[in-house]
Design a protein. Structure first.
Length: 305
């Protein structure tokens, strides 16, 4: 099932046609509140009232012109202002390919520096999202340059990639902020773990090691997973080191395991909800279905009266 949905995510013919169908547009609402910035900000209000922070990303990936990258940068600048105006505890996360990584890496860095300065000026954070394995080295390298001068920035790393522990060690001198996810792309076994037990073991090891070896300084780690049992296992393993439930963040997608998000917040965990929005949702949605079989059941139920 995972392989099927990842194939659907890559299929350009389906990508151009399926999003037009009413039942697809209805199903995707299970995982995103709408396609506009206003939709995303309105969805944050009940979460904020429950003490849950929000993380925003506008869906879209590879661009064809640098003018498009400039438009994306301006959009995120506006989003930061709107978050402040709404009085929300919110941060933004961007994909480097949205800012032109394929076309001009130096211009991409310039856009990220500009957005980092904007976020820092409001007391917020800028996160760099991670994409497929072809982009990992370029993304880590650009984060190294960004973090050196902009400490209020973080990067997403994927636990299923075999290189990730070495990437964490590589970034340690910069005191990085990391959002750790399991990984949602179809990667070969030569570079990624494909068995769930191996992925979970890698995730647990990376998270516990990062939290315990902060060199006496607080570290920022976001656990980007809906695997509540794994989150609680991490909390149990780091507790003897004096790291409380609020010593890291639990980050889940809007609409997925919502009851657990509220429960964890009440239990003392710091929780953030990732709210995605935008017109280019098809490949992102297919990868969400590929991540967990339960997501498919959610999508089917959303089609029923």
């Amino acid at each position: 099932m995972r392989s099927l949905f990842l194939w659907l995510a890559r299929n350009q013919w389906l990508k151009s046609r399926l999003p037009r169908l009413w039942f697809m547009r209805r199903a995707v609402r299970r995982f995103m509140p709408g396609e506009t910035m206003d939709d995303a900000l309105q969805a944050a209000e009940p979460l904020q009232a429950a003490g849950i922070g929000t993380l925003y990303t506008r869906l879209g990936e590879n661009l064809t012109t640098l003018d498009e990258a400039e438009e994306v940068a301006r959009h995120y600048e506006t989003l930061v202002d709107r978050i402040v105006d709404a009085g929300l505890d919110g941060e933004v996360s961007v994909k480097p390919t949205q800012l032109g990584l394929d076309l001009d890496p130096e211009r991409t860095l310039s856009h990220l520096q500009r957005l980092a300065e904007k976020a820092a000026a409001t007391g917020s954070y800028l996160w760099i999202d991670m994409e497929g394995s072809d982009y990992v080295e370029a993304t880590v390298a650009i984060y190294e340059r960004l973090r050196a001068d902009h400490p209020r920035t973080g990067i997403c790393l994927q636990a299923y990639l075999k290189r990730t522990p070495s990437d964490v060690e590589r970034l340690r001198p910069l005191d990085p902020a990391i959002r750790l996810v399991k990984g949602a792309y179809d990667e070969p076994a030569t570079i990624a773990y494909r068995d769930k037990r191996q992925v979970d073991a890698s995730y647990l090891s990376i998270a516990v090691d990062f939290l315990k070896t902060g060199r006496g300084r607080p570290v920022r780690l976001g656990l980007g997973t809906h695997d509540v049992a794994l989150v609680e296992q991490i909390a149990e393993q780091v507790s003897p080191a004096g790291i409380a439930k609020d010593g890291f963040e639990v980050e889940m997608l809007y609409g997925i395991r919502s009851r657990e998000q509220y429960r964890l917040a009440k239990a003392g965990y710091r929780v953030q909800t990732l709210i995605a929005y935008g017109e280019h949702w098809y490949p992102w949605y297919m990868r969400r279905l590929a991540e967990r079989p339960a997501n498919v059941a959610f999508a089917i139920r959303s089609l029923l009266p």
